[in-house]
Design a protein around this ligand. Structure first.
Ligand SMILES: [Ca+2]
Ligand SMILES: [Ca+2]
Ligand SMILES: [Ca+2]
Length: 459
């Protein structure tokens, strides 16, 4: 990929977060994702629900943080009723002090927050170079670890070589591009940057869990606030966009920095969400390497056993994830059986003749279904709004749908709801058919009709 393309695809947070940013609403696209045509038919589905009373559902947003004071998220933020804020006491004894709206794993007790981090390949290289750098190759055992060392070394070196020349001409770039290049060189691809020093724990010790702080917004909540808005933004108030679900509470769990998320934070975030009442967990993040994938899978199995639905963005590299995984995944090499409560989501567009978003990952086994992830106008911090795109936006569409269905049909299990989301989607013929297990785009109207039928059999 050329630098220009990379910068475009990667503007601001996007390479890390699977999103591309546009600053203005595009004509004719406001709330398209909830509409008819290629949309999810959410608005039409609400006609079927007029006389039904919903029950609030908690959705955990494991992300960069959420602006919980956003005007379009008022009344939509989870409140931990059993926790008294700011008294320095873990009132509900869940292991987290003053966690009123969620938790921030990327911070310390002083209230300082980690903003930028290395990519996982950079972290792996930093560890392995202590063992292999400067050692005569003929004396080294050529095992899998050594192969990994060579691979990440060349990837990090290639990355740095690509950005290095631009460091000399930073003045020519706008602020956002300049920051992107500097972040790559100083943090993401810098083996010498200790990205866990501020937090102070050992990221490889999963028993070392007393870290973080209650600041669920953090220094850069753009991505997480947009994700939260797609799920929950107030509908029909003529501000920003409409959320998918009208009776949800967002639990913000800050774990995703500008750089790759840590497996330990993801593991703990999932456990936190499950133990504190979330029914759905949105995961709009991903990375190429995952050193503690067995532990992440353990957390997934825990969520699965409790009937909590995990929803993961497929990623934005326009690649087949059946061949090259994007972690976390529903198909770990060591996994005994598929998880019942896991969905991987690709991104679709408003246009029927180019339905697949050009950046979206795909996979006949690894991606379950597609949902709108292009030209999505919704909330960003400071009560503002932006158009973003990415599979990061498609995943919360489905998190919103799952929450909507659970809120209006509480007698249905999450496993039944997941099956209905997959079976009730709109099928499209042609190439699109082969990009996911279902070949479909989510259809809320059909899903509600299926839920009504299933609910009737239970009464
Ligand atoms: Ca607590
Ligand atoms: Ca407290
Ligand atoms: Ca709104």
């Amino acid at each position: 990929m050329s630098l220009k393309n990379k910068l475009f695809a990667g503007f601001g947070l996007s390479l890390l977060f699977n999103a591309t940013i546009f600053s203005q609403a595009l004509p004719g696209t406001l709330n398209w994702y909830n509409g008819e045509g290629t949309g999810m038919q959410t608005d039409k589905a609400y006609q079927l629900l007029k006389n039904k009373k919903p029950k609030a559902v908690i959705v955990a947003v494991i992300d960069s943080g959420v602006d919980i004071e956003h005007e379009d998220l008022q009344g939509k933020i989870w409140n931990n009723e059993k926790e008294i804020p700011n008294n320095g006491i873990d009132d509900d004894k869940n292991g987290y002090i003053d966690d009123v709206h969620g938790w921030n794993f990327l911070g310390n007790k002083k209230g300082q927050n980690l903003e930028s981090a290395r990519l996982e390949k950079t972290r792996i290289l930093a560890k392995l170079m202590l063992k292999y750098d400067g050692i005569d190759p003929s004396s080294i055992k050529k095992d899998a670890e050594y192969e990994l060392y060579l691979k990440v070394k060349s990837e990090v070196e290639e990355g740095r070589a690509e950005f290095e020349p631009y460091m000399e001409m930073l003045k020519q770039f706008d602020a956002e591009t300049k920051k992107y290049i500097e972040d790559q060189m100083n943090y993401n691809l810098n083996v010498d940057f200790n990205d866990r020093a501020l937090i102070g724990d050992n990221p490889d010790d999963f028993n070392d869990i007393h870290y973080g702080n209650p600041d669920v917004e953090g220094p850069d909540a753009l991505h997480g606030t947009h994700v939260a808005g797609i799920i929950a933004a107030i509908r029909g108030n003529n501000k920003g966009g409409d959320g998918v679900a009208d009776n949800v509470k967002i639990m913000s769990i800050r774990t995703v920095p500008n750089g790759d998320e840590f497996d330990k934070d993801i593991y703990l975030a999932i456990k936190y969400a499950v133990d504190n009442g979330a029914s759905v967990i949105n995961m709009s993040f991903g990375k190429a390497y995952s050193p503690h994938q067995e532990k992440v899978y353990e957390a997934f199995k825990y969520a699965d056993s409790k009937g909590v639905l995990l929803i993961h963005a497929a990623g934005n590299d326009a690649k087949d994830i059946d061949i090259e995984p994007n972690y976390p995944t529903s198909m770990y090499s060591f996994q005994e059986a598929p998880l019942d409560h896991f969905l991987t989501i690709g991104a679709s567009t408003i246009k029927k003749d180019s339905l697949t978003a050009s950046f979206s990952n795909f996979g006949k086994k690894g991606v379950d279904i597609f949902a709108p992830g292009f030209q999505i106008y919704n909330s960003v911090p400071q009560s503002e709004y932006k158009n973003l795109q990415g599979t990061s936006m498609a995943a919360p569409m489905v998190a919103g749908v799952a929450a909507l269905l659970k809120s209006y049909f509480p007698s249905l299990s999450m496993s039944e709801i997941k099956s209905i989301i997959l079976s009730s989607g709109t099928k499209y013929k042609g190439e699109f058919e082969n990009l996911s297990t279902t070949g479909k785009v989510v259809n809320v109207y059909n899903a509600v009709k299926s839920c009504q039928k299933l609910e009737a059999t239970k009464n």
